[in-house]
Design a protein around this ligand. Structure first.
Ligand code: NOJ
Length: 459
C-alpha cells in the first residue's frame, strides 16, 4: 500500500470529535532564560558532561521570541489542540513573587491559540523546578505539595478561564527515577531510595494541585503518565517483568485508583525503603477523581533471563531506574529502533491502552505524546522523514485499534511540534514534525508534518 493510501485509510478511521494535537514543553523550546528564574535544568546543563552536546537553555527554539510564528504554524497544521507546559520559574521566579511578564507570555500563547480555534492543553510541571526549591530538597521536601499548590493556584487564577484541559504533571516517573534515583536527569541525585520517595511526593503534589484546580472549577484537570507494556521474553524473566511493571505503571495507577502502595511493591523494595513517608490523608487526596488521563507512549520494555544478542538496553531502559529489581536479568529491546535506541513496536501501544483502561476504569484516555527521533536529512530544503511518517501511521492506527476494542480514547498528540532540546541528549535527537535550523531558527515542515496536517484538516 502506498503511503498516500495508508494515510487515506487511516483518515477514515478517525472520528471528527477525536482530538488531534501536537505537544511541546517549556524548557525544551522556549529559550529566553534571562526572562525567567533559574530551574534545575539550567543548573544541570551548566555541569559539563550532563548534556551530551553541551546544549544549554538558550536559544532552544527561541519560542518566546517567535510565538506568533509558532502559533501560525499550529494554525496551518490544522490541529484541534496544542499541549504545552508552563515554566514555573518564568511565572514565579524562585517561587517568590509572580512575574507579570512571565504570566503575560502564557496569556499571549493561550489567547493566540483561542484566536486560531486551537484548544490550549496546559501541563503545570514538565520538569523545570525552580532551583531555589531544589535547594530545599525539591521533590523530597515534605512540604513540596504546598509549594506546588501555590504555583498551581497562580496558574488557575490567571488561565483558569481559558484553558481547555489541565495536567498537573508530565511523567512523574521520569522526575523521580531519572532525576533522583539515578543521575541521568536534573537534579542528578543518584540515590535509589530518593527515587521511591520522590515518586510518592510528586503524587502528593498532584493531589494538592487537583484540589486547587477543583476549587477554581477549571475545565478538565488530570495528569500525564509515561506508561508502557512490560514484556518478559521467557517465563523465567517474570519476576523482573512484574517488578518493572509495578514501578513503571501500577504504582501511579494504584495511587490514582485509591489502592495505595501495593504489598508486592513494598516487599520488592524493602531493602531500599520502608515507605514510612506514606500518609493516609495524602493517599485520599491523591486518589481524588481525575477527568482524564494522558499516556505518553514510545516503546515497550522487554526483559529476558538470557543474553539475547541484541543491544542490552535503550535510552532510559536500565535496571538502575527500577530500584529493587531482582538481579540476573537483561533488558532486551529488539530492532527496529529509533535514534534513541527505542524499539519500534506499535502493538504495545494498543496493549498499554487496554491495560490502563482495566487498571484505572472509567477515566477517558488521551495519548498525550508519541513519536520518534530519526536521522533526518535536510536535502534541498526538504526533509522526507519516511521513518517518522511510518511510525505515525502505525501508532495512530494502533491507538485506534484500542479504541475499536472499547477503550475510551479521546485523542492523540504527536511529540513534538518541532525539533527541540531532548533533555540530556541535547539537540542531536530530533523528534519534531518541523525541523528547526540551529543556525537561523527557520522552521521547515517535514513530511510527517504534512501527514499530521492531512489527517487534521481532512476529517
Ligand atoms: C517524554 C517527555 O515528556 C518529553 O519531554 C520528551 O522529549 C519525550 N518523551 C521524548 O523523550
Amino acid at each position: 500500500m502506498s503511503e498516500d493510501t495508508r494515510a487515506t485509510e487511516l483518515l477514515k478511521r478517525i472520528p471528527r470529535e477525536f482530538t488531534l494535537g501536537v505537544a511541546t514543553a517549556s524548557w525544551q523550546i522556549e529559550g529566553d532564560s534571562q526572562g525567567r528564574g533559574s530551574s534545575i535544568w539550567d543548573d544541570f546543563a551548566a555541569v559539563p558532561g550532563n548534556i551530551k552536546d553541551g546544549t544549554k537553555a538558550d536559544p532552544a527554539c527561541d519560542h518566546v521570541n517567535r510565538l506568533e510564528e509558532d502559533l501560525d504554524i499550529l494554525a496551518d497544521l490544522g490541529v484541534d489542540a496544542y499541549r504545552f507546559s508552563v515554566s514555573w520559574p518564568r511565572v514565579m521566579p524562585g517561587h517568590q513573587a509572580p512575574s507579570s511578564s512571565g504570566i503575560d507570555f502564557y496569556n499571549r500563547l493561550i489567547d493566540g491559540l483561542l484566536a486560531r480555534d486551537i484548544k490550549p492543553v496546559l501541563t503545570a510541571y514538565h520538569w523545570d523546578l525552580p532551583s531555589e526549591l531544589e535547594a530545599k530538597g525539591g521533590w523530597l521536601n515534605q512540604d513540596i505539595h504546598n509549594y506546588f499548590a501555590e504555583y498551581v493556584d497562580l496558574l488557575a487564577k490567571n488561565y483558569g478561564d481559558r484553558v481547555d484541559r489541565w495536567a498537573t504533571f508530565n511523567e512523574p516517573w521520569v522526575s523521580a527515577y531519572l532525576g533522583y534515583a539515578t543521575k541521568m536527569h536534573a537534579p542528578g541525585l543518584g540515590v535509589p531510595a530518593a527515587g521511591l520517595e520522590s515518586a510518592y511526593r510528586l503524587m502528593t503534589a498532584h493531589g494538592a494541585g487537583m484540589t486547587v484546580l477543583r476549587d477554581h472549577k477549571v475545565s478538565s484537570p488530570g495528569i500525564v503518565l509515561n506508561l508502557t507494556t512490560v514484556i518478559s521474553e521467557d517465563q523465567a524473566a517474570e519476576p523482573a517483568r512484574e517488578h518493572i511493571d509495578s514501578l513503571q505503571n501500577k504504582f501511579w495507577l494504584d495511587l490514582l485508583a485509591g489502592r495505595g502502595v501495593s504489598e508486592a511493591l513494598m516487599a520488592g523494595t524493602q531493602d531500599i525503603t520502608d515507605w514510612s513517608f506514606v500518609d493516609q490523608d495524602q493517599l485520599s487526596s491523591i486518589a481524588q477523581p481525575i477527568d482524564w488521563l494522558g499516556i505518553n507512549y514510545y516503546t515497550p520494555i522487554r526483559v529476558s533471563s538470557q543474553a539475547t544478542g541484541q543491544e542490552p538496553s535503550a535510552q532510559g531502559q536500565d535496571f538502575s531506574l527500577y530500584p529493587g529489581t531482582p538481579t540476573g536479568f537483561q533488558m532486551a529491546s529488539r530492532d527496529p529502533r529509533t535514534e534513541m535506541g527505542w524499539e519500534i513496536y506499535a502493538p504495545a501501544m494498543t496493549s498499554t491502552l487496554l491495560q490502563t483502561s482495566e487498571r484505572l476504569p472509567g477515566v477517558p484516555l488521551y495519548i498525550t505524546e508519541n513519536g520518534g527521533a530519526f536521522d533526518d536529512q535536510l536535502v534541498n530544503g526538504e526533509i522526507h522523514d519516511q521513518d517518522r511518517v511510518d511510525y505515525y501511521l502505525n501508532h495512530i492506527a494502533a491507538a485506534l485499534d484500542a479504541k475499536d476494542q472499547g477503550v475510551d480514547l479521546r485523542g492523540y498528540f504527536a511529540w513534538s511540534l518541532m525539533d527541540n532540546i531532548e533533555w540530556a541528549e541535547g539537540l542531536e535527537k530530533r523528534f519534531g514534525i518541523y525541523y528547526v535550523d540551529p543556525t537561523d531558527q527557520e522552521r521547515i515542515a517535514k513530511d510527517s508534518a504534512k501527514l499530521i496536517q492531512y489527517l487534521a484538516k481532512n476529517r
